[in-house]
Design a protein around this ligand. Structure first.
Ligand SMILES: NC(=O)c1ccc[n+]([C@@H]2O[C@H](COP(=O)([O-])OP(=O)(O)OC[C@H]3O[C@@H](n4cnc5c(N)ncnc54)[C@H](O)[C@@H]3O)[C@@H](O)[C@H]2O)c1
Length: 287
C-alpha cells in the first residue's frame, strides 16, 4: 500500500514550533522580522509574497514589505536592498523572483548579506552550502529534507536520485543530501536513460518543471517519491510525477498540493528565525 506524506501537517507543526520560539524570543526583547521585496505586478508573485507575509505575521514575526514599480531600475532595487541590509530590525531579506526582464536578478540577490539571505540563493550562501559552512539553506530543498526526516526515512547510505539540476531545488538539494551521507545520482535534461538512474534509487526527488515526467516505468517497488513540481491545470494543481500510477508501487509519496509546497513557507519561517539569531550573535560579538 502506498502512503501519502502529509506535508501540510508537517509544515503546520514546524510553523507552530517557530511561533513558540518567536514568542519566547519576544519576551527577551527581540522579534525577528522578514523584509519581502516585490518588483512589478506579476499576479503569481503577488500571491506568493502575500502568502509569505501572512505566514510571517501568523508566526508573530515583523513584516517589512517593499513594493517597487515594474519600471524600477537596478539602482532603485539595490538601494532598497542596501537599506534593509543595514537595518538591525530586519532579520531576513527576500527578493521575490522572477524580476522584470530588464533587471539582473543574480546581481541584486548577491547584495543580500549571507546572514539575511533567508532564500539561501546568494552565491555566498551556495558556497557555504558546498563547503558545509554555516549559512541559510534554500527553503524548498530544506523542506524536502524535513519531510524525509519527519517520516523517519534514513538518508545516510541511502541511494537518492535527484531529477532536475535547477538552481532553486536540484543543485542545493544534491549538496544537502550529500552532507547527510546519501549516495546521490543527479539526472537532468541531457540524461539519456532516466529510468536507469531512478530505478536504482531508494528515494526519488523530482524537480524538473515537466508535468507528469516520472511514472511507474521509472521506479522500483518500495521507493519513496518526493514530487517538487507544481503546475496549474484546469483540474487543479499537478506535479512532475504521475502519482496515481504509482499507487501500490511506491511505499510513500508526496501529494501535489499538500506535499512539498507548504514546507517551502515553513522553512522560510525557520530561516528567518535562524537569521535573527545569527544577526544577534554578530551584534553581540561587535558590541
Ligand atoms: N513546491 C515548491 O514550493 C517549489 C519551489 C520551487 C520550485 N518548484 C518547482 O520545482 C521545479 C523545478 O524548479 P527549478 O527552479 O529548480 O527548475 P529549473 O527550471 O531551474 O531546472 C529544471 C531542471 O530540470 C531538468 N529537466 C528538464 N527536463 C527534464 C527531463 N525531461 N528529464 C530530466 N530532467 C529534466 C533541467 O535539466 C533542469 O536541471 C519546477 O516545477 C518548480 O515549479 C516548486
Amino acid at each position: 500500500m502506498t502512503t501519502t506524506i502529509d506535508g501540510s501537517r508537517i509544515a503546520r507543526r514546524i510553523r507552530q514550533q517557530v511561533a513558540e520560539e518567536v514568542a519566547a524570543a519576544a519576551l527577551s526583547g527581540t522579534v525577528p522580522g522578514l523584509a519581502t521585496i516585490l518588483v512589478g505586478d506579476d499576479p503569481a508573485s503577488a500571491v506568493y509574497v502575500a502568502a509569505k507575509r501572512r505566514a510571517i505575521k501568523e508566526a508573530g514575526m515583523r513584516d517589512f514589505h517593499r513594493h517597487l514599480p515594474h519600471h524600477a531600475t537596478h539602482d532603485d532595487v539595490a538601494e532598497v536592498i542596501d537599506a534593509l541590509a543595514a537595518d538591525p530590525e530586519v532579520s531576513g531579506i527576500l527578493l521575490q523572483l522572477p524580476l522584470p526582464r530588464h533587471l539582473d536578478g543574480m546581481a541584486l540577490i548577491n547584495r543580500i548579506p549571507v546572514t539575511k539571505d533567508v532564500d539561501g540563493l546568494t552565491t555566498a550562501s551556495a558556497g557555504r552550502l558546498a563547503r558545509g559552512e554555516r549559512g541559510l539553506r534554500p527553503c524548498t530543498p530544506s523542506g524536502v529534507l524535513e519531510l524525509l526526516d519527519a517520516e523517519n526515512i534514513p538518508l545516510r547510505g541511502a541511494n537518492v536520485a535527484v531529477v532536475g539540476w535547477g538552481e532553486l531545488v536540484g543543485k542545493p538539494l544534491t549538496q544537502l543530501l550529500l552532507s547527510r551521507g546519501a549516495t546521490v545520482s543527479v539526472a537532468h535534461e541531457h540524461t539519456t536513460d532516466l529510468a536507469a538512474v531512478t530505478r536504482a534509487a531508494d528515494i526519488v526527488v523530482v524537480a524538473t518543471g515537466v508535468r507528469g515526467l516520472v511514472g511507474p516505468e521509472h521506479v522500483r517497488p518500495g521507493v519513496v517519491v518526493i514530487d517538487v513540481g507544481i503546475h496549474r491545470t484546469p483540474s487543479g494543481l499537478a506535479g512532475d510525477v504521475r502519482s496515481a500510477e504509482l499507487d501500490g508501487i511506491a511505499d510513500r509519496i508526496t501529494p501535489v498540493p499538500g506535499g512539498v509546497g507548504p514546507m517551502t513557507i515553513a522553512m522560510l519561517l525557520v530561516n528567518t528565525l535562524r537569521a535573527a539569531r545569527w544577526g544577534a550573535e554578530r551584534e553581540a560579538v561587535a558590541a
